[in-house]
Write a protein that binds this ligand. Sequence first.
Ligand SMILES: O=P(O)(O)O[C@H]1O[C@H](CO)[C@@H](O)[C@H]1O
Ligand SMILES: O=c1cc[nH]c(=O)[nH]1
Length: 249
Amino acid sequence: MEDPRYHIRVEPDAIGKYVIVVGDRGRVERVAKYLENPTKVGENREYLTYTGYLLGEKVSVMSTGMGAPAMAIGIEELATTNAKVIIRVGTTGAIQKHLKLGDSVIATAAVRMDGTTAQYIMPEFPAVADFRVVKALIEAAKVVGNPYHVGIVLSTDSYYGRKFDPERHSYIGKQLEKAGVLAVEMELGALYVIGALKGLLTGSVLTVREELSEEGYIQAGPKFEQGLENSIKIAIKAIEILIKGGLMV
Ligand SMILES: O=P(O)(O)O[C@H]1O[C@H](CO)[C@@H](O)[C@H]1O
Ligand SMILES: O=c1cc[nH]c(=O)[nH]1
């Protein structure tokens, strides 16, 4: 029989009800340090997984690599475990000029400009976060105190083929900017659509890694690193809020 966790290589009971997913493997331990007694429970390809505890509840953190196909595999396989609430802690590039390096973006929904979710369901099906997870993330952002924005992001399959700087602003980029789309990343369409199809409650807090200034893009740096640490704290706090609130899962 096919192993339902062939890629993530974890035992189903090793995963908590609450899971934080990150793109970069290097971010896993950075998140896991906020858990009590974090222990590595799986490592294969881009999927590195730790489990620990928050307020006595088992919580896991897993990397999912870059792009919708890798996220889709990770979510499908997590859905065969105890996982129920999944929060992505990712990075993003600003489409709106008022987003600054290190700001947090709580994504309510994603524009599905990816190829993966088209293979799951019609394009009219929305990629939306669970409102209870969004609410907890907003409450958490207020407690942590990092500047934050709430709204729609763009999920695309290409990193280099879609720059949104003022000189090379594509038609699609302009349209989405006018529509108020906040920022661009590469996995939320898959997380929100496949999560919904699998009955998971999803949400996300991204950190702005590229800022659009008059001179062009400003990238990464200490402001980004501090913002990322705060976004991690927001995700951790949101899970504590959900645990305390007894979310019906
Ligand atoms: O930092 P992560 O979470 O990987 O997110 C963003 O960064 C990667 C591109 O550099 C893409 O995966 C994109 O979605
Ligand atoms: O510009 C960016 C930054 C992070 N992630 C992206 O996909 N794009």
